[in-house]
Design a protein around this ligand. Structure first.
Ligand code: SF4
Ligand code: SF4
Length: 446
C-alpha cells in the first residue's frame, strides 16, 4: 500500500477503519500501552487487563491496532483466537492514555479499537452474545432485554415528577444498570433524598429513557448507537430542562464522549454527573451530612466516569506529509489524555462523611485500572472479566481499606459479585450507598 493511501483513505473505502490507517501506521510497538504511565510497584503496574490475561501481544492495545490493519487488508482471518484477542477487552481506554502519554495523538488506540469492532460488525463477525445484546437494545432500549415499563420500578411510591409532562429544572437520567438492578436502587433513593433535601426541582423520563448508545458503540454497532443516541437526545430536548444530571457513568460518557463521535450536536443544556451536581450542592451550603462512622474507604475510578467521559470535540483528522518525512494532522487536533474526567467530586463527597478515611489505590484517577465489567467482556469472556475484577480487588485490599467504593452501577455490581464469590475482607459499596446512611432526610419527603 502506498504511503499516501496509508495516510488518508481511498474514496471508495467504506471500512470504519478507513480514516485510521495513518494512525495505525504510527504504532511503533513500544508496548507502553500495556503499562500504567507511572507505575508504583510491580504488582500493580499493568494498565491493560486484556494483555495481563491473554499474555500475548495481540491482546494489548498495540496488538489490536496491528490486528485491525491485518483484518482490514485481508492479511488475517476472523479466527476464534483473533476474535478473542479483540473482544476479551473492556474498552477501558487505559491503553489510549498510556500511548498518548508517550506518543500524543499519533496512534489513538481507543479510536482504532472502536473502529475495529465496527469493522468486524460490518464484516458479519460479531460474537453471538453481542448480537443478542444489540437485539435487546433494538427491542427494549437496554442491553439487558428488560421491558421498558420496568424502568421506573425503582421509583414506585416516590411520586417523582415526569419530566416529559411537567416543567422541571433538572432532568435526572437514571441509566440502565441503576434502573434494572435492584441492588442499586438504595443509591437512587439516596440521590432522591439528597436532591429533595436541597430543594432541587427535578424529574425523570421514566419509561421514555433508553440507553444513550455507548454500549452499542462499544460493541461495534455504530448505527444502533446513533439511533439510540438520537432517541435520547429527543427525550432530553422534549423535557425542556435547563440542566441534565446523570446518575449513570455510562450515560454520562455516552453523551460527552460518544455522541460527538457519532456526529450528534452538543446538548443545548449542560450535563453533569450526579457526583458533580451533589458536590456543588454541598459547596453551595444547600446540603449537610449529619453523621458518619469511622471507616477506611478506597475509591475505584470508573473508566466511564474518568478518562472515557472527556468531552470530545470533533476535528479534522486528515494527515499530510511535511518535509517529505513527517506526517502531521492538517489541522490542530484535540488530544484526549483522559485528564478531564470526573475524579475529585466523588472523593470530596466521601471526605464529607464524618469519620471516613479515604486511602488511594496505586492506580487511580486517569491511571485507574478497569474493574472488568464493561465492553461486552463479562457477557463474552466471563473468566477474563472476573480476572480483571480480582486484580482490582487485590489492589483495593492492599490499601488496608474496609470498603471499596465506586460511582458506577456496573462497576459496583461486577466488583461485588466477584468479591462475594472469591471471599476476602473488603466490602464493595456504591458511593451513594455510603452517603445514604449519613443524611437524615426521609426518602419520600418533598
Ligand atoms: S499502541 Fe501506542 S503505546 Fe501501544 S505499542 Fe503502539 S505506539 Fe506503543
Ligand atoms: S481498552 Fe483496556 S482492556 Fe482493551 S486493550 Fe485497551 S487497556 Fe486493554
Amino acid at each position: 500500500m502506498s504511503n499516501k493511501r496509508l495516510l488518508n483513505p481511498a474514496p471508495d473505502d467504506r471500512s470504519p477503519l478507513a480514516g485510521l490507517t495513518g494512525n495505525i501506521s504510527h504504532c511503533w510497538r513500544c508496548s507502553h500501552c500495556k503499562w500504567t504511565p507511572s507505575p508504583k510497584s510491580n504488582a500493580f503496574a499493568h494498565a491493560c487487563p486484556s494483555i495481563q490475561w491473554g499474555q500475548f501481544h495481540a491482546y494489548s492495545g498495540g496488538g489490536k491496532v496491528i490486528t485491525a490493519f491485518a483484518l482490514k487488508e485481508g492479511e488475517a482471518q476472523y479466527t476464534e483466537t483473533a476474535l478473542q484477542s479483540v473482544f476479551a477487552c473492556t474498552m477501558c481506554g487505559a491503553c489510549d492514555t498510556s500511548c498518548k502519554t508517550n506518543n500524543a495523538e499519533l496512534v489513538e488506540p481507543l479510536s482504532i479499537l472502536y473502529a475495529l469492532r465496527a469493522h468486524i460488525a460490518q464484516e458479519g463477525h460479531s460474537l453471538p452474545v453481542h448480537l443478542q445484546m444489540r437485539d435487546n437494545l433494538r427491542q427494549h432500549g437496554n442491553a439487558l432485554g428488560r421491558p421498558r415499563n420496568e424502568r421506573s420500578l425503582w421509583s414506585e411510591g416516590l411520586a417523582l415528577k415526569d419530566a416529559l409532562a411537567e416543567q422541571v429544572d433538572v432532568l435526572l437520567l437514571i441509566g440502565c444498570d441503576y434502573a434494572f438492578d435492584q441492588a442499586l436502587w438504595p443509591e437512587l433513593h439516596a440521590i432522591v433524598r439528597l436532591l429533595r433535601s436541597a430543594g432541587v426541582d427535578f424529574g425523570v423520563a421514566h419509561a421514555a429513557e433508553v440507553s444513550t448508545g455507548e454500549g452499542a458503540y462499544d460493541l461495534g454497532f455504530q448505527d444502533d448507537a446513533r439511533e439510540l443516541a438520537k432517541q435520547m437526545a429527543q427525550v432530553i430536548a422534549r423535557s425542556g430542562a435547563r440542566q441534565v444530571v446523570s446518575c449513570s457513568a455510562s450515560s454520562f460518557a455516552g453523551i460527552r464522549n460518544i455522541w460527538p463521535r457519532l456526529g450528534l450536536p452538543t446538548l443545548a443544556q449542560p450535563i453533569l454527573h450526579v457526583t458533580e451536581f451533589i458536590d456543588d450542592l454541598f459547596e453551595a451550603g444547600r446540603l449537610t451530612l449529619l453523621k458518619g462512622e469511622p471507616v477506611t474507604v478506597t475509591y475505584h475510578d470508573p473508566c466511564k466516569l474518568g478518562r472515557l467521559s472527556e468531552q470530545v470535540v470533533p476535528s479534522d483528522t486528515r494527515w499530510t506529509k511535511v518535509l517529505n518525512t513527517m506526517s502531521v494532522h492538517e489541522a490542530p487536533k484535540q488530544v484526549l489524555f483522559g485528564n478531564d474526567g470526573v475524579y475529585e467530586p466523588p472523593r470530596r463527597l466521601l471526605e464529607r462523611v464524618a469519620g471516613l478515611q479515604l486511602v488511594e489505590m496505586e492506580r487511580n484517577r486517569v491511571g485507574s485500572y478497569c474493574c472488568g465489567g464493561a465492553g461486552g467482556a463479562p457477557e463474552a469472556f466471563p473468566d477474563f472479566a472476573r480476572f480483571a475484577a480480582q486484580n482490582r480487588l487485590d489492589e483495593a485490599r492492599s490499601t488496608g481499606a474496609e470498603v471499596l467504593a465506586t460511582a458506577c452501577g456496573g462497576c459496583r455490581r461486577h466488583l461485588a459479585d466477584v468479591a462475594s464469590a472469591t471471599g476476602g475482607n473488603i466490602r464493595v459499596m456504591g458511593l451513594f450507598e455510603i452517603l445514604a446512611g449519613c443524611v437524615d432526610v426521609p426518602v419520600q419527603e418533598r
